[in-house]
Each structure stands twice: as C-alpha cells, then as structure tokens.
Write a protein that binds this ligand. Structure first.
Ligand code: MRU
Length: 382
C-alpha cells in the first residue's frame, strides 16, 4: 500500500468525502486513520493490500469494508498477467481470496454477504464457460455493481428515514438528532446510512441540529462524523459519549439514529460499542431510537443477537491516545477489555430504516424482518 495525494494516473485525488476511489484496474482508499488532519489516499493493488487496509481501519464501516474488499480483488484479477488456468481454477482462486478477505474483520455481515454473492456469480459463470477470463470478468462486473448500488440504497434509506421521523414527530420543522460512530460517506460508498438520514432531514430543511458522539476509543465520531458534518455545513455539535444521557435529559434529542454492522432476524442489532448505552438512555427518556442499515446488513440466519460474533480489538486503542495511534496515557500493567461492538436488543429499537422502507414492530418486542423482506419481494414482482 503506497500513500498518494495524487493518483497513479497523475490525476489529483478528490478533495471530498470519497473513501473509495475506483476505476477498472485501480483502487485508492482514503486513509481514515489520518483524518481529519490529512487526506491521503493509499494505492490498493491486491487482496493482501485490501485485507491490511480493512484490518488497520484505513477503510472502515460495514458497507465500505465489503465494497473495498470486493474491489481489491477485482483490481488484483484485472492486473493478473500469468493466469493460465481453467474456469474452475479461476473460481477456486476467487473463493480462496474472498475467504482471506472475510477473515479481516468478523462482526459486519456485509463483508461475508458480499463474498457469498460474488462466489455465487463466479460459480454460475464457471460452470457455463470454457474460458477462465469470463469468470474473472463476471467477478469484476459484479463488484463494480456493488459500488454503484450502495449509494442508491443509502439515498433511499435517507429518504425513508427522514419521512418516517418527520411524521412520527408530528411534522416538526426543528428536529434534533443524535448519532453515534461514523455512518456517513466514509463508512459507505457515499451518502451514508444513519448519517444519510440526517443529511436527508437537513436537505428537507427540518433538521435543527445533529449531535454526534466522540465514539471512544477509536473516535470515529469526533474524527470522521464531525468532519463530514462540518464539510457538508450541517449544524452539528460534538459531545463526549458520556454526555448523551444528560443531553437527552435536557430535552435536546428528538430521536436517535445509528447504523448497524449486523442485524439478526428479530432486529437485535450489533453496532459500534456504546450504541447499547444510547438505546437504554433513549428508552429511559422516551426518545425514539432508530437503526438505519441496508438489507445487506441483516443476517436472517441468526435468530437473535446472541449469536453475533463481537470483534475485540487491541488494548492499545484504550491505553494510548488517538485510539491507539498516539502516546500511552493509561497505567502500564492495567488489563483491558475492548469489544468493538455491542448488541442492542430489539425491544429498545423503534424502527429499522432500510432502503425498502422502515421495519416496525407489530405489538411485540421483536421485528419480523424476514416477513418484511418477503412482502417487499412480492410487491416488487407484482
Ligand atoms: O469499527 P468501524 O469503524 O468499522 O465501525 C463500524 C461502523 O462504522 C459502525 O458500527 C456503523 O454504525 C455501521 S457502518 C455504517
């Protein structure tokens, strides 16, 4: 991975919130560990570069890591010079590399979901062709479509979420929102999920103010969400994670919206550590609490959140400043527990905002996301 303020073809890197810059055969990822002070793009030449970029949080956020992983392999395949194998061997190559990429971070389902879909596409082509290049071409095209589809899906999430929240709040024109972690352009292919809902409320002229938490220990809120909100001139205030309950008590939050890394079939949601605290506080203060995520973040194979594997990250993220990137601040010898995510039970969630609409509970403590997906599929085919 080589750093660039310029791309390899000599063009200037965009001065924007674009985390993933892709053209067939070349991929650059904005180094999010350097934001907001430096905008540096790293050249990603293959799946090994992609794996390290994901593991080291150069790129992060559930949808973004899935797309970055898929495209890192697309670039590797495009630039393969000496592959003389059969279609089956091309398929096995893709499977091996995707499994490696999926091992980078365990909690976000988007990565394994994207890998499963890409394997299926490559497998279907491999069984119907005698030319390995067709398998590779199908893989590249499918990963490019994922990049394009994510932005459209986020815009739909933004618009469904904004209408639902406005309606719920009696068409108020002065809405105060609270969000956690980073779910914006930087965590996705563009626009964002929970931050997309906030963007959409702002575009409609009804957002009075967005509050974003610091999101300790890696500070995705203070470094990334605050950066996006300032960049897009959205009225916003940064708070310490520990100030959220007090903010709610002062009546300064009309609704909370967060993203998701994995949503179980009943609506239990794994998201950045600290989300559960916010949901408990929101319930206490009678404030609606929303999860905004594409349906690719839903894992229907899990009946509840208890089955979600939670990634634990390095103790350094707590022991040192800057989420582990700076100098030591904690006492040497202290032991550390550093789960990157927590699970918010469905009973604390008001609604799950997806690109197909908002899933709500029907008089129970759990969501029927499978039923929602099936109903949507029937309506789309009618
Ligand atoms: O550890 P990260 O920064 O990759 O965290 C993932 C997230 O960005 C969030 O948990 C987010 O809410 C879901 S992704 C839109």
């Amino acid at each position: 991975m080589a750093p660039h303020s310029e791309f390899t073809d000599g063009t200037q890197a965009p001065n924007s919130l674009q985390a993933i810059c892709y053209k067939r055969g070349s991929l650059q990822l904005l180094d999010q560990t350097k934001l907001p002070l430096q905008s540096t793009y790293l050249d990603i030449r293959d799946s090994t570069d992609g794996w390290h970029a994901i593991k080291d949080m150069v790129v992060r956020g559930a949808p973004a890591i899935a797309i970055a992983a898929a495209l890192s392999l697309a670039v590797e395949i495009f630039n393969l010079e000496d592959f003389n194998g059969t279609p089956d061997e091309a398929f096995s190559f893709i499977v091996m590399k995707l499994e490696y990429l999926v091992s980078s971070r365990p909690t976000a389902v988007n990565l394994s979901d994207a890998a499963a879909k890409l394997k299926q596409i490559a497998s279907a082509v491999a069984t119907n062709t005698s030319d390995a290049r067709n398998v590779f071409e199908a893989y590249i095209e499918a990963s490019e479509i994922m990049l394009k589809d994510d932005v459209a899906s986020n815009k739909a999430i933004g618009s469904h979420g904004a209408s639902f929240i406005q309606h719920l709040l009696g068409n108020s024109k002065n809405i105060f929102m609270l969000t956690h972690c980073n779910t914006g352009s930087l965590a996705t292919a563009g626009y964002g999920t929970a931050l997309g809902v906030i963007r959409s409320l702002h575009t409609e002229g009804v957002l009075e103010r967005a509050y974003c938490t610091e999101t300790r220990p890696f500070n995705q809120g203070s470094r990334l969400t605050a950066f996006e909100l300032v960049h897009d001139k959205i009225p916003a205030t940064l708070i310490a994670d520990s100030a959220a309950a007090a903010l709610m008590k002062f009546g300064r939050v009309n609704a909370v919206v967060v993203g998701a890394d994995r949503v179980a079939a009943n609506g239990d949601t794994a998201n950045k550590i600290g989300t559960y605290n916010l949901a408990v506080s929101a319930k206490h203060h009678n404030i609606p609490f929303f999860v905004a995520a594409p349906l690719t973040s839903v894992d229907l194979s899990l009946s509840s959140g208890e089955e979600i594997i939670i990634e634990e990250r390095s103790p350094k993220e707590l022991l040192n400043t800057h989420g582990g990137l700076g100098e030591q601040v904690a006492a040497s010898g202290i032991s550390v527990w550093n789960p990157a995510f927590d699970v918010t039970p469905a009973n604390l969630v008001t609604g799950i905002i997806t690109e197909k609409g908002v899933v709500t509970k029907k008089g129970t403590d759990a969501f029927d996301i499978k039923g929602f997906v099936q109903k949507e599929a029937v309506q789309a085919s009618a």
